[in-house]
Design a protein around this ligand. Structure first.
Ligand code: F6P
Length: 483
């Protein structure tokens, strides 16, 4: 079948793709291969099967790269994805901004993470309606690329809240395809989801139900989705079997936890740049204890309450003054969203206050770093005594899993019950209510004073749980779930 030449048998669709471009000093385009579970998962199957990754161009440099590639297909660019091809979509900037910044990140992300400051927001007006139209167009652009790139009977793995409408759009045109959708975020309970305009909420649910299989990171999020289907679509929901009967079809809902990529992390942490950062950190921290956190500067990560807990530790337990350092890495994220800019400023203000209140000539209590430095994060995991992971709500949170994997002496993890990772790490972590600053303070103290033997033993058990579901397995499980 000639028309099947070059058609993929496995396709992935996600907003952020496996590569990004930048313009080098000499004006040429440089590319960077992204990390993460999907990249290693897809690369591991690409050698044997024709695969295609559809993603959006996210920057001007990405757009330049697309313009220079035949039909936006970047497979000639030389990056190694095990043979997988990449098709980057150059979506009109206004359409992209409405879909990504306003609908996906300022609306759907806020709903699923329950972030709204409800007396003021949300309010869905004519501007939102226009943005929603563009969210549809953006989803349609992905659907078009999948429909035209997929071979007969191919499997399509659609990712995340950016692309909730894609499964239904694809099914309408290509009923031969097997379609999965995976949510990397939590799912909102009906009481919160109902804030969305009724027709928008229905369209989202119906869009996702165009898939054959819907995956979530935790049973909590999968069950919330089922409740929304029952409440807003009056669909036939079997809670025990986790199925939804809708529009004459039965859609399976599955829970696929995602673990740390232990092999990749350990190998990467062997590199010289990590050793160099480790040396610098050791010099900086000296014989003090070290508390580490690593996040995007993101409202759901609850950085402000985490810093408040550290302040309370220094205020209420003066024995720690001068004897502990807190390295807080808060990397820039979604700067187009006003709430993120305000939150970044709040984090910086509080950090400054803590240092002014407690710092001395020879001790800086808190070091806030905002520049992303992956090897420095890995080095910090290696030598942290306590890792603080306190999100308000989080689909999984891989930091909580990656930290123990790289810890050299065993670290304690102070972990929010509201992260999907709490399902897997359980009581081996020090579980906290993320809103309870005093409880977080006590958990930090407990982690810092935990006998070395206990810390090591708990850490070993966490490593086992954290690596039980490596990304490659998570990805092949998604495909297997399609039959
Ligand atoms: O895990 C949820 C997620 O939205 C991913 O889809 C995304 O790649 C990541 O968080 C980071 O967000 P962004 O791509 O907006 O920087």
């Amino acid at each position: 079948m000639d028309d099947q030449v070059d058609k993929a048998q496995i396709l992935v669709a996600s907003n952020r793709g496996p590569v990004s471009f930048s313009v080098a000093d000499d004006g040429s385009l440089a590319f960077r291969r992204g990390g993460g579970g999907l990249v290693s998962g897809l690369s591991s199957v690409a050698a044997d099967i024709e695969t295609l990754w559809v993603c959006a161009a996210l920057s001007d440099a990405d757009r330049k790269a697309v313009a220079a590639a035949p039909e936006g297909r970047l497979d000639q660019a030389g990056f190694d994805l095990g043979g997988a091809r990449v098709r980057m979509l150059d979506i009109a900037p206004e359409t992209f901004a409405d879909a990504y910044t306003w609908v996906a990140n300022s609306t759907l992300w806020f709903v699923h993470h329950m972030l709204y400051d409800t007396p003021n927001k949300p309010g869905f007006d004519a501007t939102f309606r226009h943005q929603w139209e563009n969210y549809r167009s953006y989803n349609a652009a992905f659907a078009e690329a999948l429909v035209t790139g997929a071979g007969e009977g191919a499997k399509v793995a659609v990712q995340d809240y950016h692309l909730a409408l894609v499964p239904r759009m694809v099914r309408g045109r290509r009923p031969d395809l097997r379609i999965a959708h995976f949510s990397h975020t939590p799912w909102a309970p009906p009481e919160y989801f109902r804030m969305l305009p009724t027709d928008v909420g229905r369209e989202l649910l119906e869009g996702m139900l165009g898939a054959d299989h819907l995956g979530f990171l935790s049973s909590r999020w999968a069950d919330a989705f089922l409740e929304c289907c029952a409440r807003f679509l009056h669909a036939g929901v079997d809670r025990r079997a986790r199925t939804v009967q809708f529009g004459g079809r039965i859609v399976k809902v599955g829970v696929h936890g995602l673990g740390a990529d232990g092999a990749f992390l350990r190998e990467r942490a062997e590199a010289d740049d990590v050793a160099q950062r480790r040396g610098e950190l050791r010099e900086l921290v000296g014989d003090r204890k070290l508390i580490v956190r690593v996040d995007r500067t993101e409202l759901s990560k609850n950085i402000v309450r985490g810093l408040a807990a550290y302040r309370e530790l220094l205020a209420t337990r003066p024995e720690w003054r001068g004897r502990v350092t807190h390295m807080a890495y808060a990397y820039p994220s979604r700067g187009d969203v006003p709430e993120y800019r305000e939150y970044t400023a709040a984090v910086q203000r509080l950090a400054k206050e803590i240092n002014e209140e407690f710092g001395t000539d020879d001790w800086t209590p808190l070091i806030l770093e905002v520049n992303d430095d992956f090897p420095r994060s890995l080095a910090s995991y290696q030598i942290a005594d306590v890792l603080l992971v306190n999100p308000i709500r989080d689909g999984m949170n891989l930091v909580a899993k990656e930290g123990p994997v790289l810890s050299l002496e065993g670290c304690a993890v102070v972990l929010s019950t509201e992260a999907g990772a709490a399902d897997d790490l359980g009581k081996n972590a020090l579980l906290i209510n993320p809103y309870d600053i005093s409880e977080t303070t006590e958990a930090l103290h407990k982690g810092l004073t935990m006998p070395q033997e206990e810390r090591r033993a708990r850490c070993e058990r966490m490593v086992e749980a954290a690596t039980a579901l490596p990304p490659q397995r998570w990805f092949t499980d998604q495909l297997r779930a399609l039959g």
